[in-house]
Design a protein around this ligand. Structure first.
Ligand code: FAD
Ligand code: MLT
Ligand code: ZN
Length: 464
């Protein structure tokens, strides 16, 4: 019996090899990769995931886990006719919410926005948040150790995990699904799977930290004199707010211009070349953070770091400010797609990075920059687009590699990272080999060989 037939016997119509049924799952979000797979399966339970993995092993096949398929590095796109694309969207139950310990146990296929809704209905809060939250899934978030818009206060996805359930490459189950904050009983094995992008096992469920639902958000849009001023503002905002800054996002005037050009109805509330979207939040008595926000804006204007600011006066106004930030990726897509970069450097070095980068790119002009990102985390999306009127595909084919090399080399020279939050997938395996610490790479290969000796899990991704 072939592998698809064996999986069909196990799952019925939740296994398909029909090209038209598979098509939407075989292409990645950005349209960079067109995949090939033996079949596509939709398990509904952890036991089914384990049975699929065992069946695959018996037939010499391999597996590509897939969540919401919103990843930016082609990690969830299969690339061979012996590969099984294992989509987790039907393993999507919220198993338990613990009001006392403030934890949730949820399955990998829960869409992030649905997880928000489920815990907020219980007056609790799960802080991981990003533009793709209506489609991305918990398992994908954990497998990529996603970042997003509230890392400054709450940390990356992996920092929110207390326990994990993982199906290992031989079909056995690793169960650390405990809601314990303290458990020093040897190696912290769950860490291995956070950011492993499906190369070591399939995450089927997790216990996550929750927080009291914030009762107050104070959100402001500031025009600042430069990116150096934006960086100076961060410690001021943290101090003046009693460290209640949840988000501190930078948006360049060029990204705002792209947005105004390509997404109807979205225009920045203030003119200028440099902007900060700042949010304070907390579970406080009503009005508790407004004086802190006003005080810090006054200080920002007094120092000259900011020269104008607006405060959201309602939930609708808050949503409108966030829409400006969250729609920049969509604006880039409509402008013909960008060459995306996801670099990080120490926060204090961001101005030096932004000063040096245009010089590194000078020989590759003409081009358009769209710079924005999570500067509160030292993370910039230093994205590059073809000049207006040029063919984006030809521009990318001609200059893409040299552009990314320049942007990444500079980050590496400054002690930074070429991939702050989006991971490696199949897009950045060469970068990992180029910039990775040799001892770290060797240890990663040794771990991969120990946990997945037959190379069955997401072949070709991450380590290449
Ligand atoms: P997928 O794309 O399906 O998979 C990603 C990787 O994880 C693949 O390697 C896959 O094999 C593996 N995987 C998926 N599920 C599992 C599982 N259960 N077990 C093991 N491996 C698994 N990312 C950020 O970090 N920050 C942002 O701010 C951000 N903003 C975005 C905004 C937009 C508009 C878009 C389109 C994307 C954005 N992303 C961002 C990228 C992306 O949404 C995240 O990386 C997200 O975490 C991916 O989740 P997913 O469910 O779509 O994973
Ligand atoms: C974001 O922060 O919006 C994404 O991570 C970056 C991108 O889409 O390029
Ligand atoms: Zn981002």
């Amino acid at each position: 019996m072939s592998l698809p037939d064996a999986l069909g016997a196990l799952l019925g119509d939740r296994c398909t090899s029909d090209p038209s049924a598979m098509a939407g799952y075989l292409e990645d979000e950005r349209g960079l990769y067109q995949g090939v797979a033996a079949c596509l399966v939709f398990p509904e339970t952890t036991d089914e995931v384990a049975a699929i993995v065992k069946t695959c092993a018996e037939h010499g096949g391999s597996l590509v886990p897939q969540g919401g398929n919103t990843g930016y590095c082609g990690g969830a796109t299969p690339s061979g006719d012996t590969q099984v694309l294992l989509n987790l969207s039907r393993l999507n139950r919220v198993r338990a919410i613990d009001q006392v310990g403030m934890t949730v146990t949820a399955e990998a296929g829960v869409v992030l926005a649905n997880l928000h809704d489920a815990v907020e209905a219980e007056d609790l809060f799960f802080p991981l948040s990003m533009g793709s939250e209506g489609s991305c899934q918990l398992g994908g978030n954990l497998a990529t150790n996603a970042g997003g818009l509230a890392v400054l206060k709450y940390g990356m996805a992996g920092e929110l995990v207390l326990g994990l359930e993982v199906v290992l490459p031989d079909g056995s189950l690793l169960n650390t699904l405990k809601p314990l904050r303290k458990d020093n009983t040897g190696y912290h094995l769950k860490q291995l799977f956070l950011g492993a992008e499906g190369t070591l096992g399939i995450i089927t469920a997790a216990v996550l930290k929750l927080f009291p639902r914030p009762t107050e958000f104070q959100t402001a849009w500031l025009s600042v004199s430069g990116i150096d001023a934006a960086c100076q503002l961060l410690p001021l905002a943290r101090r003046a707010s009693g460290d209640c800054v949840t988000s501190f996002e930078y948006v360049s005037g060029k990204s705002m211009a792209l947005l105004a050009q390509h997404v109807d109805g979205l225009k920045p509330p203030l003119a200028g070349d440099h902007h900060v979207l700042l949010e304070l939040s907390g579970a406080l008595p009503p009005g508790g953070l407004r004086p802190q926000l006003e005080d810090l804006l006054e200080q920002a204007l007094d120092t000259g770091w900011a020269y104008d600011a607006v405060i959201a006066e309602s939930l609708d106004q808050r949503r409108a400010l966030w829409a400006l930030r969250e729609n920049i990726p969509e604006a880039e897509k409509r402008a013909g797609r960008s060459i995306k970069h996801d670099v990080s450097v120490p926060i204090a070095d961001i101005p030096a990075y932004c000063e040096a980068a245009p010089h590194r790119l000078a020989a590759l002009e003409p081009l358009r920059l769209s710079i924005y990102g999570h500067i509160g985390d030292g993370n910039l999306h230093y994205n590059v687009l073809a000049p207006e009127g040029a063919d984006p595909a030809a521009f990318k084919a001609d200059k893409g590699e040299a552009i990314s090399r320049a942007v990444h080399d500079l980050a590496a020279e400054m002690g930074g990272s070429f991939s702050a939050e989006h991971g490696i997938g199949q897009l950045k395996t060469a970068e990992l080999a180029r910039y990775g610490d040799p001892a770290a790479l060797e240890l990663m290969r040794a771990l991969k060989a120990a946990i997945d000796p037959a190379g069955r899990m997401n072949p070709g991704k991450l380590l290449g």
